[in-house]
Design a protein around this ligand. Structure first.
Ligand code: SF4
Ligand code: SF4
Length: 431
């Protein structure tokens, strides 16, 4: 094999030809790791392939589609766009594939969407509507921009300047204000002064996810400058999607490393962990719940920091300089479990598919906007599993997970309590 120059740049699908052409169709991207597989039930990890059954919906199918598109042997059609976008970019396929082969499946899926937009085929009409909302109102819903901080309780006054900048994001500012309020209660309880941006805009995760790379880059640059202008050293988010977008995708699309962003990005889970360890937070009030913790993809397998890489691929596919792969194992899994189980009254019940093998909620990365039935089906499958393990409540670390799981439970007439992680912590605070 001749030496080839290669990088992780998602704007050029050629960078992923090796990955696409070395897929051996083993379907490790769809099957849960065999050691954890309980039987035929709950044995798959890819919502897209599991729902649609056709191979083209699995990562293995998308790799072949990508090769054919790259070689000009296939053209975008409506069905092809459905295959590419009826997928939450949850990363389950990526970590599954890297158990064996270290192919960059997630990046290839992202590069395919960038190509779909560059070729004038994507994104879906619903995504264009969300993008238009963001351009006009700076939030994904098209809600009034001047109501973005309407969640703030009257007795909570963000500081003009502080080390911690709270970034609630669109979902917690407009649709799930209870999450932003619970986060403010946690901050108040630890006596942590926090500031907010004068003019907070959407993080833009949907723009990047659907392949609108130019718009996403513009927003990323604007937001990074606005964050730095606050003087804060820590950006705190209570939304897993904002967390992944700012911590991982901003550096990825701007060609820098997470560590060079100029500020640290933390999720409320990490903040609570630090506060418990430094003694400023005590969770002593009982919360009596038989609780299932849902691993939100963007805080778990998709949350590892980004480091840019470019080099050469040599014989046997060896890359030089060596590439530190993002395999999902260093995502945030233990912290929320340790924190929740320390609360008196909480009995944590593990799912069958968990951690790197967790089943996605079905909402993220533009999937719910364009394919709400797919999201509903995916969230219903989550509930089937939760019923099986006997949990009475579910918690996650992302407003999008809360919304899709709670929506499916309501439709099914289930009595599950669905609460965000921050809400449970707020309940457990004694003062
Ligand atoms: S796990 Fe990787 S190699 Fe195996 S079928 Fe899926 S994408 Fe292909
Ligand atoms: S990102 Fe998730 S939904 Fe999309 S192909 Fe991979 S496992 Fe399936």
């Amino acid at each position: 094999m001749p030496k080839t120059k290669v990088s992780l740049d998602v704007t050029n699908l050629n960078n992923f030809v090796y990955d696409m052409s070395h897929c051996i169709k083993c379907k490790g991207c769809n099957w849960v790791d065999h050691t954890y597989m309980p039987g035929i039930k709950f044995s798959t990890r890819c919502p897209s392939a599991t729902k649609e059954i056709y191979d083209s919906y699995g990562a293995y199918g998308k790799m072949r589609i990508g090769l054919a598109l790259n070689e000009g042997k296939l053209k975008f059609t409506d069905e092809l766009l459905k295959i590419l976008y009826e997928c939450t970019l949850c990363g389950a396929c990526d970590v599954g594939c890297k158990r064996n082969l270290d192919l960059e499946i997630e990046l290839t899926l992202e590069a395919l969407r960038v190509k779909a937009v560059a070729d004038g085929a994507g994104p879906m009409p619903e995504h264009k509507k969300v993008a238009a909302n963001i351009a006009k109102t700076h939030n994904r819903y098209g809600a009034k921009h001047n109501e973005r901080k309407s969640w703030l309780p009257v007795n909570v006054k963000p500081a003009a300047k502080a080390d911690v900048l709270y970034f609630p994001g669109c979902a917690s500012s407009y649709r799930h204000k209870e999450i932003a309020r619970a986060t403010a209660k946690i901050l108040g309880s630890t006596k942590t002064p926090f500031t907010m941006m004068k003019d907070e805009w959407c993080c833009g995760n949907v723009l990047y996810s659907v392949g609108m790379i130019d718009e996403a880059k513009k927003l990323a640059k604007r937001n990074i400058e606005a964050i730095k202008a606050t003087g804060a050293t820590v950006l705190l988010t209570s939304c897993a999607e904002c967390y992944r977008m700012i911590k991982v995708d901003y550096p990825k699309i701007l060609g820098i490393a997470t560590k060079d962003l100029g500020f640290e990005v933390i999720h409320i889970v990490e903040f609570v962990d630090r506060a418990i360890k430094n003694g400023s937070l005590k969770l002593t009030k009982p919360v009596n719940l038989k609780l299932h913790y849902h691993d939100s993809c963007s805080l778990s397998r998709q949350s590892e920091p980004w480091t840019p890489w470019k080099g050469e691929r040599e014989l046997w596919g060896v890359v030089k300089p060596s590439l530190e792969r993002r395999r999902g194992s260093n995502g945030i899994y233990d912290l929320p479990r340790e924190i929740l189980s320390s609360i008196p009254g909480v009995k944590l019940v593990e799912g069958i598919r968990k951690r790197e093998n967790a089943w996605c909620c079905g909402a993220g990365r533009g999937a719910k906007d364009a394919f709400p039935d797919f999201t509903k089906w995916t969230a219903e499958q989550k509930l089937v599993e939760v019923r099986e393990i006997g949990a009475e409540a579910i918690t996650a670390t992302c407003p999008y997970c809360k919304e899709s799981i709670a929506g499916a439970a309501a439709t099914a007439g289930d009595n599950f309590t669905v609460l965000d992680f921050s809400e449970i912590i707020a309940q457990a605070i004694s003062r």
